[in-house]
Ligand binder design. Structure first.
Ligand code: ADP
Ligand code: 5GP
Length: 193
């Protein structure tokens, strides 16, 4: 089965801390025919994360072996020694179940997926109100060390410059407004066969 071409997909990308997971969870709670595409990663689980739910957690060596075997449609070394990627088998699993894959990927990965799926994909960039607010959200979220937060903020500045390559930019300032906006846009995309 070819997973490119006409397969309709939804891509959400954002700098870390912009509120992408929050908006993804909102969309997934709305009874739309969307299913979260579980990525593989070589980073360790955080907090209550479970293998097969947030990610497929695999060791870096195993990750590299599966890259060589051509099992990923896209992958990135998002942070040093931290690989993330989308398994082709995950897209087949979701589309075979009659659902539309929702990709929560970094900005480079989102643009790569948009290139692959073309007009069958809706690629949305979630924009933080400002870099300072993004930093504050990461500090408040309290899941990353000071060093990791600094790395994520630095990367965010480069990622924001790529926003206009996406089909649409949604500013996550007021959360309920951003939730309504994304739901409206995505519902429209899902209605258009
Ligand atoms: P990402 O998945 O992009 O890294 P999260 O969804 O984890 O970001 O959001 C980062 C933090 O900011 C979380 O603690 C979340 O609750 C909070 N957050 C999300 N959206 C908003 C918003 N509009 N205003 C204030 N805080 C927000
Ligand atoms: P986190 O470690 O916070 O879960 O994720 C770090 C970054 O990796 C986020 O921007 C997330 O969207 C991204 N990411 C997650 N899965 C994938 C994937 O399959 N491919 C790519 N390119 N990035 C991913």
């Amino acid at each position: 089965m070819s997973i490119e071409g006409k397969t309709r997909v939804l891509i959400l990308s954002a700098p870390s801390g912009a509120g992408k997971s929050t908006l993804v969870n909102h969309l997934l709670s709305r009874g739309l025919p969307l299913e979260f595409s579980v990525s593989a990663t070589s980073r360790k689980p955080r907090g209550g994360e479970k293998h097969g739910r947030e990610y497929y957690f695999i060791a870096a060596d195993e990750f590299r072996r599966r890259i060589e075997a051509g099992e990923f449609i896209e992958w990135e070394e998002v942070y040093r020694d931290h690989y993330y990627g989308t398994l082709k088998s995950e897209i087949v699993r979701i589309t075979m179940a009659g659902m539309i894959p929702l990709f929560d990927v970094d900005v480079k990965g989102g643009l790569n997926l948009k290139k692959i799926f073309g007009s069958s994909a809706l690629a949305i960039f979630i924009m933080p109100p400002s870099v300072e607010e993004l930093k504050q959200r990461l500090i408040r979220r309290a899941t990353d060390s000071e060093e990791k937060i600094a790395m994520r903020v630095e990367k965010a500045c480069m990622e924001i410059e790529l926003a206009d390559r996406f089909d649409m930019v949604i500013v996550n300032d007021d959360l309920s407004r951003a939730c309504n906006e994304i739901e409206t846009v995505v519902s429209g995309f899902l209605r258009n066969e």
